[in-house]
Design a protein around this ligand. Structure first.
Ligand code: R5P
Length: 296
C-alpha cells in the first residue's frame, strides 16, 4: 500500500508537496481538546500496514508535543508499519550541554522522547553546535537536509554584490557554503551570549567592504538580538542596510518588528516555520529527498 502523509499543526504545504511529488495519499486526522483540555484524537484514514508520515514543524513545541505523540501512538495502535516524523524545524536543539550546575540537557531528553515514538526523523538544518550529528542523540534513523542551496539561489537572484555575514563561529558551516555557491566574500563574527536576550557581537573593520550589500545569515532567529546587534554595528560602520536571512523564523515576542526597527533592510526566511517573512520554499527539498531515498 502506498504511504500516507498527515499534516499536523497547519503544515499543509509540506504535506502536499510530499503527497504530490511521491504520489502518496493525504491522510485525515482530527485533533481537538475536550472541555477539560485533554486531547481527543481520531485518525480518519486507513493506516494499517502502511508507512505513515506526520508533518509537524516543532516551533512552540510545548503546546504541540502531546498531540504529536498521541498521533504517532494512535497510528501505531491502528497497525501502521513505520512512522516517520517530518519536522521542518526541530525544537530543543540549543540546550546541548549543562552550562551551569543542575541544568537539564533538554536536547538529549527531547531526542529520547521522540525516538521512543517515531521510527524515522526528517528535518532541515537542526541546530548542531557542540554536537556534530543528530545520531548522537536520536536513536532511530534520521535524515538531515540543508537549506543552503535554496538560500544561495535566492541571494543570487535578488542581491547585488553581497557579502555574507555569519554572527558566530557555528554559523560558518552554512555561511561559508552559501558564499562559495555564489562566489561572494564572507565574514564570521564573534558572539558572546550573556543571557536569553543579551548578546554581544564583535565586528571587524569593514572599510574594504563598503560597496557591498551585507547579508546576515543565521539558522534561527528567535529573540533576534543576535541579528539586531550585528545590524547596529554595521550601521555604525557606515555599511548599507543589511538583508537578514534566517532559516527558521521563530521570532519570539516582538523580535520581527524590533529587527526591522534596528535597521534591517529586509528580513527573509525559509518556510520551515510559517511566518510572513517566508520567501524561500523548502517543501520540494523535503519532498524530493523522500522520493529519492525514503519511500519503502
Ligand atoms: C545560536 O547559536 C543560533 O545559531 C542563533 O544565533 C540564535 O539562536 C539566535 O538567537 P536570537 O535570535 O535569540 O539571538
Amino acid at each position: 500500500m502506498i504511504p500516507i502523509v498527515f499534516s499536523l499543526f497547519n503544515n499543509l504545504n509540506f504535506a502536499e508537496a510530499i503527497k504530490d511529488t511521491c504520489n502518496y495519499e493525504m491522510g485525515e486526522i482530527s485533533i481537538r481538546f475536550f472541555p477539560d483540555e485533554e486531547i481527543y484524537i481520531k485518525i480518519n484514514s486507513n493506516v494499517k500496514n502502511r508507512e505513515v508520515l506526520f508533518v509537524a514543524s516543532l516551533d512552540r513545541p510545548n503546546s504541540k508535543f502531546l498531540s504529536l505523540i498521541f498521533a504517532a501512538e494512535t497510528a501505531r495502535d491502528l497497525g501502521a508499519k513505520k512512522i516517520t516524523l517530518v519536522a521542518p524545524y526541530l525544537a530543543y536543539m540549543r540546550q546541548d550541554k549543562r552550562f551551569n550546575p543542575g541544568e537539564g540537557i533538554t536536547s538529549k531528553y527531547f531526542a529520547t522522547l521522540l525516538s521512543n515514538h517515531f521510527d524515522c526523523l526528517i528535518t532541515i538544518d537542526p541546530h548542531l553546535h557542540r554536537r556534530h550529528s543528530l545520531t548522537e542523540i536520536y536513536k532511530k534513523s534520521n535524515l538531515v537536509l540543508h537549506a543552503e542551496e535554496k538560500i544561495s539561489a535566492w541571494i543570487k537572484q535578488y542581491v547585488k554584490q553581497p557579502i555574507i555575514i555569519g554572527p558566530d563561529k557555528e554559523s560558518e558551516q552554512w555561511v561559508s557554503k552559501v558564499a562559495q555557491n555564489i562566489q561572494a566574500p564572507f565574514l564570521i563574527l564573534e558572539k558572546h551570549r550573556k543571557g536569553d536576550s543579551l548578546v554581544e557581537v564583535s565586528v571587524p573593520k569593514l572599510e574594504q567592504h563598503q560597496g557591498y550589500t551585507p547579508v546576515l545569515l543565521d539558522d534561527i532567529i528567535a529573540t533576534a538580538k543576535t541579528m539586531i546587534e550585528v545590524v547596529k554595528h554595521l550601521k555604525d560602520k557606515g555599511m548599507r542596510k543589511p538583508i537578514c536571512i534566517g532559516i527558521h523564523a521563530i521570532f519570539a515576542g516582538n523580535a520581527y518588528t524590533a529587527l526591522l526597527e534596528a535597521g534591517a533592510d529586509k528580513i527573509i526566511t525559509c518556510n520551515t516555520v510559517t511566518h510572513p517573512s517566508n520567501a524561500i520554499d523548502l517543501s520540494e527539498l523535503i519532498a524530493n529527498a523522500i522520493k529519492n531515498g525514503l519511500s519503502s
